[in-house]
Design a binder for this molecule. Sequence first.
Ligand SMILES: Nc1ncnc2c1ncn2[C@@H]1O[C@H](COP(=O)(O)OP(=O)(O)O)[C@@H](O)[C@H]1O
Ligand SMILES: [Mg+2]
Length: 374
Amino acid sequence: MTDPHIIRFESVTKQYDDGLTVLKKIDFEIERGKFYTLLGPSGCGKTTILRMIAGFMEPTEGSIYLGGRVINKVPPEKRQVNTVFQDYALFPHLNVFENVAFGLRIKKMKPNVIAAKVTEALNMVNLDGYENRAITEMSGGQRQRVAIARAIVNEPEVLLLDEPLSALDLKLRTEMQYVLRELQQRLGITFIFVTHDQEEALAMSDYIFVMNQGRIEQSGTPNDIYDEPINRFVADFIGESNIVPGVMIEDYRVEFNGRRFECVDAGLRPNEPIEIVVRPEDLEITTPEAGKMQVRVDSQLFRGVHYEISCYDDSGQEWLVHSTKRAEVGAQIGLTFDPEAIHVMRFGETEEEFDRRLEAYEEDEDAGVPVHER
Ligand SMILES: Nc1ncnc2c1ncn2[C@@H]1O[C@H](COP(=O)(O)OP(=O)(O)O)[C@@H](O)[C@H]1O
Ligand SMILES: [Mg+2]
């Protein structure tokens, strides 16, 4: 049986020559044929990871596996990996056809084989008929597609994409998100896509690694990461959040804002200090009497689908609400929410501990008893 993991990082550390450690004991596995995204702010180490997978640099410590084999010292051209760069890195003096054919010519393939492969690759990125165009006559979006065609024509096992869409305007970027997602599914090869844009990551990926300062903070499906952020950094980076300090009084009961609320979390220490996250769309507006919390509406913006409403409670804590109902600025209102809307985050929890805690909670759910009703 073949290993389902095409790439594995084992305790990989990278230190640049100036002594700066930019990756700290990174461990992860990448499954064959899926769309992965490395998501994180600028400078967190995303490009460094791609460079090591491509073979442009070696890790300082640790091992990188490709298809079950350590490849730390294997040169780039001996890896079935291709990269698409943000700045396209095309040859301006060659036309579209020759740009895409470049790698195949180096491999000394026959002209008729090259022609067939280039035609197919251009077809994949919807650039049929552009073979003879000069690169300088192509728009930004078209150049990026040439760059993608040039990478996939080599039939790599892994395609690395380093912020390939960030130079494009919003409309083109959205269009290219569809193109890339569809391409990955058609080709069935592994994509490792890098972005600092959380919406892009959520929309495109099977699996996301959220990075911060040379570490992977959390890995999971877009849903996992959005619904159950492991810590403040992830909750803040992915979508909008209300994050407040609290105390886990006992199983299924938390305190924040001086009041106690039912929740679905268990297995923490009694009276453990925690942080809680409530997503703005999980807060519902009601009358002050019916609310679990009472707040005053400070401002309101219409966002097309919903209103974004900023409220303050008596302690001066802001609560952001996304609601299809409008509120009156200055009005005293109530906010209500389900026990499931409260996400409990422990300080310093590792991803393993976090996963174990969530699994225990999901097993309880599977037993058919809503956890918070006991
Ligand atoms: N060749 C290099 N020499 C020294 N430091 C570098 C080099 N390349 C990147 N860095 C530093 O390593 C860190 C991570 O960089 P990078 O992997 O490019 O991050 P990202 O792609 O997430 O923006 C940054 O602090 C950056 O300044
Ligand atoms: Mg980068």
